[in-house]
Design a protein around this ligand. Sequence first.
Ligand code: PLP
Length: 360
Amino acid sequence: RAYNFNAGPSALPLPVLQLAQEELVNFKNTGMSVMELSHRSKEFEDVLTHAKETLTELLNIPDTHEILFLQGGASLQFSMIPMNFLAPDQVGAYVLTGSWSEKALKEAKKLGKTAVVASTKEENYRSIPALDDVKLPKEEIGYLHITSNNTIFGTQWADYPSIEGVDLIADMSSDILCRQIDVSKFSLIYAGAQKNLGPSGVTVVILKKELLKRIPEGLPTMLNYETHVKSNSLYNTPPTFGIYMLSLVLDWIKEQGGVKAIEAQNHKKAKLLYTSMERSNGFYTPHATEESRSIMNVTFTLPTDELTTAFLQQAKEKGFVGLAGHRSIGGCRASIYNAVPLEACEALAVFMDEFAQANV
Ligand code: PLP
C-alpha cells in the first residue's frame, strides 16, 4: 500500500477495504452486492440505521439533532444552508478562514444578505481568528458559519465560537471525527465523506431539529432539508454503496477505541511532522501559525521551488503519494486523516529529516 497523503478523496482504512472486498459480490448471504440491493430493502435499511446509530454513538449526538445522508457534496450545502435558514430580514454571518469558507460565502451572497464577521485573508489564511475577533453586526443573524478545518491552508479552529442565541453552522468536511466535539453547540454540521468518513458521493449533515421550523415555503423538494428528514434520507435513491462504506469506516473508528483514541493518535501523527519541521531549523516553514495548526492537513514550504520539486520527486520514488500543496498556495501538504496510519507519518518524518540534512 502506498503512503497516501492525498487531501481528498484520501486514504481509507485497509481493514474496511478488505471487508468491503470480501462482501462485494455477496453481502450478508443475500447473493447480491450492497450496490445491487433495493434501497427500500430491509437489508439496506439496516445498513443505514447502523450507520446512523454508530455515528450517534461516536459523536454523542443528542436527540435534538437529526442525521442525514445527502448528495451534492459539501458544496451543495453552501447553497442549501442559506436557502433553508437565511430569511430576507436576516444576515448570514461568515468567518473567512480559507478558500472553502470563501466558496460558502459566495453561494450565500446569491441568496440573501451576508456579512464577513472575521477573516484572516490579509495574512494568506495562516491562522484562525481569535474568538474575540468574531464580531457580529447589529442586524438579526440567520446563522454563523465557520469552516472547522481549512484543508488547503492547514489551519483548524482550536475552540469554536459560541454566541448566545446564534445558530452555529460548521463545515467539518476535513476534520469530522478527528477529535471529540460537543455536537449540542452546533445547529448544523456538514461534511463531504471523502476525507474522514468514506468514499466521495455521500455528505453527512447533522442538523438540529428546531431549525426545520425556519424553512421557507416553496423550496425545490430536493433542496429542502425537511424532505430528507421526513424520509430518513430515502426520498430518492441514496448513494447506497457510499453509505455502506461509511458505516464500515464508523465501525473501524469504534474498533480503534472511538473518537477519543483516534484524537490521541491524530495528535501523535501531526506532532511527528511538525517536530520534524522544527528540527529542520528553518528548512521547512509551516504555513500555519503554531496555535492554528491543523492535525489533519500539515502545510509547509521549502526554501526554493527547485527544492520543492526535488522533495516531491524523491518522496514519490519512496512511495509517498499526494504531498504537493494545493495549486492555490503551492508548497507541500501532508493530509493525515484518521485512516492514515502512524507508520506513514513516522516514515514521512524520517524522509523529511533526511531530505533537509542532505539539502541545507
Ligand atoms: N469544504 C471543505 C473544508 C473541503 O475540504 C472540501 C473539499 O473537498 C469541500 C468543502 C468541498 O467538498 P465537496 O467536494 O464534497 O463538495
